[in-house]
Design a protein around this ligand. Structure first.
Ligand SMILES: [Zn+2]
Length: 382
C-alpha cells in the first residue's frame, strides 16, 4: 500500500490526492508540468495542511501584499481582471457598533473599509488576513464594505469593481463615492449607515492609522512542509523513512510553537538571520527561488518568496539521500505571474548568471525577458 509522505501512514489508493508543495495561491499552479506536485499525500493531510499550514503563510499580510504587487505587474487591465487587494490593517479609530473596521486598498489605491464582527481565533494558529481558513461558515460575519474609487479613468473601473466584489463575496457592498451602480452587487446605503458614510467620505484619501497583527512564526510549519515535500520529490527513496524526514514531519505537525522550538530542527524561519549576501543571491525580481544546497553533511533548503520572504531549513543530514542527485546545489526559479519556472539548474550556473555578465544562462534569460515584458497600465487619472 502507498504511504502518505506527510503522515507516513499506509493509505488506500483512493485516499490519496494531489498536493501542491508550493500552493497554487502563491503561483504554484505551474504549467505545462509542475515539478512541485506530489501525488503521495492523503486527502486528510492535504486538507489539514491547507487550513493550518499553507493558510497561515498565504494569508499573512506580507504574503498577501507581496502577492498583490506581483500579480498587478502582469495584469492586463484591458481584460478587466480580478486582482487581489492590498491589506492595510484594522483601523483603531473607526468603529461602528460592535464591528471592527479593516482597511484595504484597491488596484488604483482605492480606499476600502470593511466592517464586520471580529473573526474567530484559534490557539497556536497565526493571525490571517481576511477570513481565517479554519473558520466555519456560521462563525463568520461577512459584514459590509464601502468602496471609494480613486481613479477617474473608466478603463480601471471594471477591474476595481470586480476585485472588490471578489474579495468581499458575501458582504453587503456599497459604493462610497458615486451613485449606486444599478442591477449589480452594490446596494443603496441605508439610512442607519448614512452618518458613517459621511464620516468615511470625509476620511477617504487621508492618512489612516491602521494596525496589523502578525505572528513571527507564521511560516515555520509551512517551510518544514515544503522541505519534506521537496525531499519526497527529489531525494532518494530512503529519505522517506529516514530520521531527517521524521523530524520535518514532527515539526510540521506540532501546533504549539514552544513545543516546536524544542525540536532539534535547524533553520532560520522567515525572520531568522539569513545573511544579506545570501538573501541577495536567493532573490529573483518578482519571483520565487527554491534552492537545495549541500553544506558539509547537510542538505539545506533555501526559499525566497516574492523577493521578500527568505527562509532556510535542513532537509536531510544523511548524505546518501542526495548522493548523485545534488552535487553542490540545485535551483528553481518560479515566476508566479507567468505560471512558469526554470530548473533544476546547477547553483553555480545560477550564480554565474546573476553575477557574471558573460555567463548568461539561456533559460534564465528567457524567463527574465518575459518577466520584464510588462504591459503598460492605463493612467489612474485622466
Ligand atoms: Zn497523510
Amino acid at each position: 500500500m502507498p504511504i502518505c509522505l506527510y503522515c507516513n501512514e499506509e493509505k488506500m489508493e483512493e485516499e490519496l490526492s494531489q498536493e501542491h508543495v508550493i500552493p497554487r495561491a502563491i503561483g504554484g499552479n505551474l504549467i505545462p508540468t509542475n515539478p512541485f506536485s506530489l501525488n503521495r499525500v492523503c486527502k486528510r493531510c492535504n486538507s489539514i495542511c491547507g487550513t493550518f499550514i499553507d493558510g497561515p503563510f498565504i494569508k499573512n499580510w506580507l504574503t498577501q501584499n507581496n502577492r498583490t504587487e506581483a500579480i498587478l505587474k502582469y495584469a492586463d487591465i484591458t481584460k478587466n481582471p480580478t486582482l487581489p487587494l492590498r491589506y492595510m490593517g484594522s483601523c483603531e479609530d473607526i468603529k461602528f457598533e460592535d464591528n471592527i473596521c479593516e482597511l484595504w486598498l484597491g488596484p488604483t489605491g482605492d480606499t476600502i473599509y470593511h466592517f464586520h464582527k471580529p473573526y474567530p481565533e484559534e490557539a497556536h494558529v497565526a493571525h490571517m488576513v481576511g477570513v481565517p481558513t479554519f473558520a466555519r461558515k456560521d462563525e463568520i460575519d461577512s459584514g459590509f464594505a464601502f468602496l471609494f474609487i480613486r481613479s477617474n479613468n473608466p478603463a480601471w473601473h471594471p477591474t476595481i469593481a470586480y476585485s472588490f466584489i471578489s474579495q468581499f463575496k458575501d458582504s453587503i457592498l456599497y459604493l462610497g463615492n458615486g451613485p449606486t451602480p444599478k442591477g449589480g452587487r452594490f446596494s443603496d446605503i441605508p439610512l442607519e449607515l448614512q452618518e458613517l458614510h459621511s464620516m468615511l467620505r470625509s476620511m477617504s484619501g487621508q492618512v489612516h492609522s491602521a494596525s496589523i497583527k502578525m505572528n513571527i512564526d507564521y511560516g515555520d510549519r509551512f517551510i518544514a512542509k515544503v522541505a519534506l515535500g521537496i525531499g519526497g520529490l527529489f531525494l532518494n527513496k530512503e529519505f522517506l523513512s529516514s530520521k531527517s524526514a521524521q523530524l520535518l514531519r514532527t515539526f510540521m505537525w506540532t501546533r504549539d510553537s514552544k513545543q516546536r522550538e524544542k525540536l532539534p530542527l535547524r533553520g532560520t524561519g522567515f525572520w531568522g538571520a539569513l545573511s544579506q549576501d545570501l538573501k541577495n543571491i536567493m532573490n529573483w525580481p518578482g519571483g520565487h527561488v527554491i534552492a537545495l544546497i549541500q553544506s558539509g553533511k547537510t542538505l539545506n533548503l533555501f526559499t525566497s518568496f516574492y523577493e521578500a520572504q527568505t527562509a532556510s531549513i535542513i532537509i536531510s543530514s544523511e548524505p546518501q539521500h542526495w548522493d548523485g542527485i545534488v552535487n553542490e546545489g540545485l535551483v528553481f526559479v518560479i515566476s508566479p505571474g507567468l505560471q512558469k519556472y526554470v530548473g533544476p539548474k546547477n547553483i553555480a550556473n545560477y550564480i554565474a548568471h546573476k553575477y557574471e555578465g558573460d555567463m548568461k544562462d539561456k533559460d534564465f534569460s528567457m524567463l527574465e525577458e518575459e518577466m520584464n515584458n510588462i504591459k503598460e497600465w492605463p493612467p489612474f487619472d485622466i
